[in-house]
Design a protein around this ligand. Structure first.
Ligand code: SME
Length: 156
């Protein structure tokens, strides 16, 4: 039986409540990862990578440990999203060559950029993995984009 899904507005409410209690961006990013992972049973791994010069550095995550704590821009789905300046929804990770396996169980992946839309400056990304193929819907993308936009305000 699946856990229930949580509306994106609830995740943002939780982040705003946390923002009143804790001051630091690091804590809010960790809270975001926890809330997002808890929001949908299809989200088996959720992490936030921050862009430091030409490298994505894993800030925090919930899920199985990964060896990809640092990913150069252009490498893997995560690095390609930065290089191409766009979100990535990969329905079947086994079908693409430029993929870095976090876990052999993972079947699909969604990468949403954390960026200031006005200046197009990219701060990092939310990375989600699912053990189900084709797990991420257009609704997931929109929901995660709203959360990413909220997180981007922590950087501007
Ligand atoms: N699959 C990602 C690497 C990150 S792990 O999934 C946590 C990629 O191809 O860039």
């Amino acid at each position: 039986m699946d856990r229930e899904t949580v509306p994106v507005a609830t995740v943002i409410d939780e982040l705003e409540a946390a923002q009143e209690l804790v001051a630091t961006r690091d804590e809010l990013l960790r809270t975001a990862v926890r809330c997002i992972e808890g929001a949908n049973p299809r989200y088996d791994w959720v992490g936030i990578y921050l862009l430091e010069e030409d490298t994505l550095v894993l800030h925090s995550y919930v899920g199985r440990p990964t060896e990809h704590a640092e990913i150069p821009v252009g490498v893997g789905v995560c690095g390609a999203a930065i290089a191409e300046g766009r979100d990535m929804n990969v329905p079947d990770v086994r079908a693409i060559e430029n993929y870095l396996a976090c876990s052999l169980e993972t079947r699909s992946e969604l990468v949403i950029l954390i960026q200031d839309r006005a200046s197009e400056r990219i701060f990092g990304q939310i990375d989600l993995d699912s053990d189900r193929a084709d797990a991420f819907t257009a609704e997931d993308e929109r929901a995660l984009q709203r959360i990413a936009d909220w997180l981007a305000t922590l950087f501007v």
